[in-house]
Write a protein that binds this ligand. Sequence first.
Ligand code: NAD
Ligand code: ZN
Length: 350
Amino acid sequence: MQSVITTSHEVHFDAVAKEALNQSIKANTYSKIFVLVDQNTNTYCLPLFHKMFDGEVDAIITIAPGEPNKHIETCLKVWESLSDLGGDRKSLLINLGGGVVTDLGGFVACTFKRGIDFINIPTTLLAMVDASVGGKNGVDLGPLKNQIGVIRQPKMVLVLPSFLKTLPEREIISGFAEMLKHGLIVDREYWNTLRSNGVSKDVQSILKSVNIKSDIITEDPRENGVRKKLNFGHTLGHAVESFFLESNNRDTLLHGEAIAIGMILEAYLAHKLTGLSKLDLDEIKETFLRFYPKVDISTKEISKIKSLLIHDKKNSHGNINFVLLNEIGDAVVDIKVPDELIDEAFTYYK
Ligand code: NAD
Ligand code: ZN
């Protein structure tokens, strides 16, 4: 099948992916090859990985699954394992998992011995269409998302949709949120297709999303301008995700579920500030509420969520900058939002 080439790394699909992996391993003289998995990808994805990989793995390193483990304590365990297993600067780390494994594994690889090569093999829809591509690696600090990290590109990304066969439906729908985001920020036609066809994990849609993300990061790998568009829905979405992560009496939301709420809220801000029409706004809300359960958020909880916004990475010089929409398919970056509009946005969501 196809490959997508970005500035600094390649994304290969299916049969091409297998070939690219095996050739790259042969061409490089890695001293050791490590594979990082979580407990679920160890069970469900390692067998398929072993089938596609001709080389020999020196060790499998397994971490506990899920966002609460995307922390520096987990990195410490992986760094120690790499060290105990004789890892050196010529080692390779293959990250086989969802966004938690690729974000954390990438960060571990970038920092171990001042940086070793890593390859991402995403096994969730979310990681295939978004997290594994683009070189953002990192971990959370307490409940605050992605506060510690680096931007550095993987050696390559290998997308094999067959991994999705074992992924629970809720996780598929979570990944679909990032695909809808891609449509909203740059491609109305893609948005229309996704919203009328429903949750999609077919290769063509995955490829379309990877292409959108690759084009953006090729133009702006270090997020000085256009790359910020990919943060649509994430300023409020991350605050909502953090709130649910640290709350003892509420169930955690998946990343895609939180940013789905963030996209409805930020679409409202766009309607008020950047000319998004009422028609577009209502279409966005209707679409997300069709796929993602409505979550009750009390007034008290809204003020807590707003306090978490202060830590957002898009926060510079004391201002919170949002990515908003002029219309569906056309995002605009660096828009300052008055505080009271955020409360109004939550009222619109209710
Ligand atoms: P995840 O890695 O936690 O995976 C979701 C769940 O599915 C986990 O329990 C995992 O063990 C399980 N799983 C993974 N593959 C499986 C398979 N094939 N079969 C069965 N179970 C499987 O979460 P995610 O949704 O993949 O990623 C979310 C993370 O990605 C968040 O931390 C988010 O911040 C990050 N993210 C990063 C970027 C980026 O640019 N770096 C972009 C978007 C999201
Ligand atoms: Zn995201």
